[in-house]
Design a protein around this ligand. Sequence first.
Ligand code: ADP
Ligand code: MG
Length: 261
Amino acid sequence: MAKIFCVANQKGGVGKTTTTVNLAAGLAKVGQRVLMVDLDPQGNATMGSGVDKRQLELSVYDVLLESASVREARVTSDKLIDGACSYDILGANRELAGAEVELVDVERREKRLKQALLEVAPDYDFVLIDCPPSLSMLTLNGLCCAHGVIVPMQCEYFALEGLTDLVNTIKQVHANLNRELAIIGLLRVMFDARITLQQQVSEQLKAHFGSKVFDTVIPRNVRLAEAPSYGVPGVVFDPSSKGAQAFVAFAREMVARIDAL
Ligand code: ADP
Ligand code: MG
């Protein structure tokens, strides 16, 4: 049965999408069966996985509105991504922005995705959900079906600001909607060890959050930023790059954490 993880942080540009697609590819590379769900109307995770968001016949929008099942709407990436790193994709495009409004009057609207994923849970070891930069109904749908949240963060002065909002939201969802939900870990991303401030913030994170901070650190690496324009994860684009290697190490760490749960 799949373990489901949201990659969430309500700040934009902190590395959520990069983390989601590269962890998906990294997990596939170490032998895991993965479904990646794009919950952001920007559709960056969809495009970054080689699926053209403008050509999607069915998307996560149709799944949330219950006009399609996940089996019908998912795309298999075998032909898109190097076989060894391939994973399935439940894509998104701007249509998804409308779901927020269309679900307003619907009962149990925050549990739509959870309900829909039940059907495919036996097909996968991991489901990874790329959340939008907000604490909206879409993110809530992600949090309601997840076993854990992965929080990518940059080691900057304001990194901890905003984390309180996310932690409070997660606590509320845990108390009212999903008893299984927990922060599985904080992932330091775009890390530059030459910058003293980043090292200091990194130490503060470890002092505050202890084992909730993942051991793996994702370096700032231009190959990770270049990969999306080729429609592949960095792990596939340049496997020997520091960024790709870090994400494969992170995938291994995730597998070990899950085994230890
Ligand atoms: P989010 O999904 O949180 O908005 P993204 O994953 O889209 O963030 O990342 C924001 C920008 O930073 C993108 O241009 C991405 O390519 C770049 N980026 C993300 N992680 C790295 C990294 N480790 N090294 C270099 N660039 C990165
Ligand atoms: Mg994103």
